[in-house]
Design a protein around this ligand. Structure first.
Ligand code: ADP
Ligand code: ZN
Length: 730
């Protein structure tokens, strides 16, 4: 499929480097020649940098005056498909190609074959004299599951100096040896039988198998409530893909999900798949990167950046929980992994499966329009039924001002306690209280660097900014008027809710699940497992608990504030609230007993709340879609955000206003521009952020117009401009 050219020594070649200059640069091919896509080392100014041979060179200068490629790295050349993908992705997101290339070559030390590096592993004997530092080293080795680490990796993982490791080697508790050649991944066996599928499941699996077998591109939306067996169904598509000898990629939104997931894959295919995530060691990433390129990693399970791995023959991409907002990278290169998965699949003749209980409106509309196939899974698998959902009208409940659990909800929790069942109280707010106000002067404590309020975290004994992470001790006196003892928390966070729960249900075992209360993803996972096995009666959680975890004894979900997501002017608010509420409610009744979800709301007649309760999802999507269509908003129109940021507020606004004035290139394609206005996150780490929003018709050549428009003005020093195609909020 890939006809790679070979360039003879001395020929002119174009090399794309990951450095933020130019597009491709011309070099003289090295003595032994090089292949198209080869990873090479080239001189750039006084430095040597890594690059990829992009094709024949073009410039008209004297060949003898070109600098020569220094060295060809010992890695499989980047395939034409991946190079084409990077260019198209760069074009779509208006990212300079070098930045895109960086995403695909982030694997450190890539190309360097495993050499005679020293690596360390457990010997299996305990040192006679154990110190805390030594214990940390042994723990670190343990937690990497037997993978060999280099000295610096091990010291960093254990947070000790290298001498501690060397000491352990000397006494024989840690073994030092040579890095092995890449260990092959264990083979997955797609011919092992899967679970016996229900009628719905079997029909869906058959359609996906047929699509994969066809060998071409296509996207399928796989929709079904949580627990309906979507995973079982798409694993059949994975089986088909592996049986054909092609590779498969499963993208998951959250690392916390993978432990359970990997075990399931192992049960299905007899071995663990390769895992790609930011927490992996450098050694592991290097190994995976090479094995993927050789076609020796059959199945990769990973976070969004796994999309940029150099697959040899990718036949299937599954995007699980496709609506999840974490698929949108909001830092550096702004891309949506769901959309990029579709792009990459279309270039390498692969199938895409988008799985979700509550698809994004974009995917729903694409299925409706026939661009995507659609498979619906009906009920939950087995006996478990969807929870019954009811509103608690908070206008009719009597509650003191500093309490949030209504008598009705409290009664429901009490009944669960009596029956020995679990309850989950959901509140999407970390910390103790979202606002700290001075009762003497009315001042609200805000972050010094951001346009955000400081959130009180009693557990940490600090005020924390959820935007930039800055924190400080909780002050005694008001920073504005200086009066002491008048600062008061306003509103609930999960920590404060936990106090109320403890007061109302003193005998209950309470667990608070909030990302900031756990030192590591591993500690969180362990706690979740304990809770699933019954270690808590009442779980208090943020949106962390909405995703995927299975608590079999959980029969009641209480949403403390169902109105929370509906405030604000974001057009996606309805969609997000609907998705989140549905997901949270889906946590109840996953075991044998049916569940109930109770939503506390001050506006039970609100259309979104009614849609959540009524359960007619199709009607909800249709209404949402109709609203967007009338407004010409995505997915019926196109949008882009231009984010300008600078420490100087006046400078960003002035620059934004000047850009808005010079809107000729936009008007020529019929696009409108709004702003400048403060960006959704208006100030971060001392930088003011201002946004211009551009709206265009569906078919308009938006990227070209944006490039021409923003190219008219050179930003002043210290002002950054980032283009956000298809912004998440508008
Ligand atoms: P989803 O991905 O839609 O949330 P899962 O595939 O995780 O659903 O299925 C939910 C639970 O039901 C899992 O524990 C799964 O193993 C089980 N399950 C689903 N389908 C079957 C089946 N056909 N046979 C046995 N167990 C099943
Ligand atoms: Zn801040």
């Amino acid at each position: 499929m890939d006809e790679a050219r070979f360039f003879a020594g001395g020929e002119r070649v174009a090399v794309l480097t990951a450095e933020p200059i130019g597009r491709v640069l011309d070099y003289r091919a090295p003595e032994g020649g090089c292949a198209e896509g080869a990873f090479v080392v080239v001189p750039l100014g006084p430095r040597l940098v890594m690059g990829v041979v992009w094709g024949p060179g073009e410039g008209g200068f004297d060949l003898s005056r070109l600098r020569a490629v220094n060295r060809v790295l010992d890695a499989a050349p980047m395939r034409g498909e991946l190079r084409a993908f990077l260019l198209r992705a760069a074009e779509y997101t208006l990212t300079p190609p070098p930045a895109m290339l960086r995403l695909a070559t982030r694997s450190p030390g890539l190309g360097e074959a495993p050499g005679p590096r020293r690596v360390y592993r457990l010997a299996g004997t305990e040192p006679a004299r154990m110190t805390e530092a030594r214990a940390r080293v042994l723990d670190a080795l343990q937690s990497f599951g037997g993978a060999a680490l280099t000295l610096s990796e091990l010291a960093a993982a254990a947070e000790v100096t290298t001498s501690v490791v060397k000491g352990l080697v000397k006494i024989g508790a840690v073994l030092e040896g040579e890095a092995p050649r890449d260990l092959p991944y264990p083979r997955l066996d797609p011919s092992l039988p899967g679970k016996a599928l229900s009628g719905d499941q079997a029909a869906g699996a058959e359609r996906l198998r047929a699509a994969v077998q066809g060998g071409g591109y296509g996207t399928t939306l796989l929709k079904g409530v949580t627990g309906s067996g979507k995973t079982e169904v798409y694993l059949e598509a994975v089986a088909e893909c592996l049986a054909m000898g092609r590779q498969a990629l499963v993208l998951l939104p959250e690392i916390a999900l993978t432990a359970e997931f990997l075990t399931r894959v192992e049960a299905r295919f007899g071995a663990r798949p390769a895992e790609w995530h930011s927490g992996a060691t450098q050694t592991e990433r290097r190994r995976l990167w090479r094995m993927v390129g050789q076609g020796d990693a059959q199945l990769v399970v990973g976070a969004r950046s796994a999309l940029f791995l150099p697959f040899r023959d990718l036949g299937l991409i599954v995007v699980d929980e496709e609506h999840d907002s974490s698929y949108k990278q909001e830092d550096g290169v702004l891309y949506n992994a769901r959309d990029m998965a579709v792009l990459r699949a279309s270039l390498c003749s692969a199938q895409v499966v988008l799985a979700s209980a509550t698809p994004s409106l974009e995917s729903w509309v694409n299925a409706e329009a026939g661009k995507y196939a659609r498979i619906d899974l009906g009920a939950r698998f087995g006996v478990a039924e969807l929870p019954e959902m009811r509103a608690i009208d908070m206008r009719a409940e009597t509650l003191p001002g500093d309490q949030w659990i209504s008598p009705t909800l409290a009664g429901a929790v009490k009944a669960r306690l009596a029956a020995g069942e679990q309850s989950l109280l959901f509140l999407n707010r970390r910390g103790y209280a979202p606002v700290t106000i001075c009762r003497a002067c009315g001042h609200q404590i805000g972050c010094e660097h951001c346009d955000a309020r400081m959130v009180e975290h009693r557990f940490l004994k600090r005020l924390v900014c959820h935007q930039c992470g800055d924190s400080r001790p909780i002050p005694l006196a008001c920073p504005s008027c200086g009066v002491e003892g008048k600062l008061a928390p306003v509103g609930p966070g999960v920590e404060r809710l936990a106090e109320e729960v403890a007061a109302k249900f003193p005998a209950a075992r309470v667990a608070v699940l909030s990302s900031d209360l756990f030192g590591s993803a591993r500690a969180l996972k362990a706690r979740i497992l304990e809770i699933a096995e019954g270690a808590a009666d009442i779980i208090i959680g943020t949106q962390l608990v909405a995703k995927g975890h299975n608590f079999p004894a959980l029969t009641l979900v209480g949403v403390i504030d169902a109105d929370l997501g509906l405030q604000g002017s974001d057009l996606r608010a309805a969609e997000r609230t609907f998705q989140l509420m549905r997901q949270v409610a889906g946590r109840a009744g996953r075991g044998a007993k049916p569940g109930v979800a109770l939503l506390q709301t001050f506006q039970p007649e609100h259309a979104v709340i009614r849609a959540i309760l009524g359960g007619d999802e199709e009607a909800f999507w249709r209404a949402e879609a109709a609203e967007r269509r009338v407004a010409g908003m995505p997915p019926y129109g196109r949008m882009a955000g231009i984010i300008l940021s600078s420490p100087d507020l006046q400078a960003v606004f002035d620059f934004g206003a000047e850009l808005a004035r010079r809107d000729g290139p936009l008007r020529r394609i019929g696009a409108q521009v709004w702003g400048p206005a403060p960006a959704p996150i208006a100030r971060v780490r001392g930088r003011h952020r201002v946004r211009l929003l551009v709206k265009a018709d569906k078919g308009a050549p938006l990227q070209a117009a944006l490039a021409e428009w923003t190219g008219q003005l050179k930003p002043p020093a210290n002002l950054r401009l980032a283009v956000d195609i298809d912004p998440q909020s508008f």
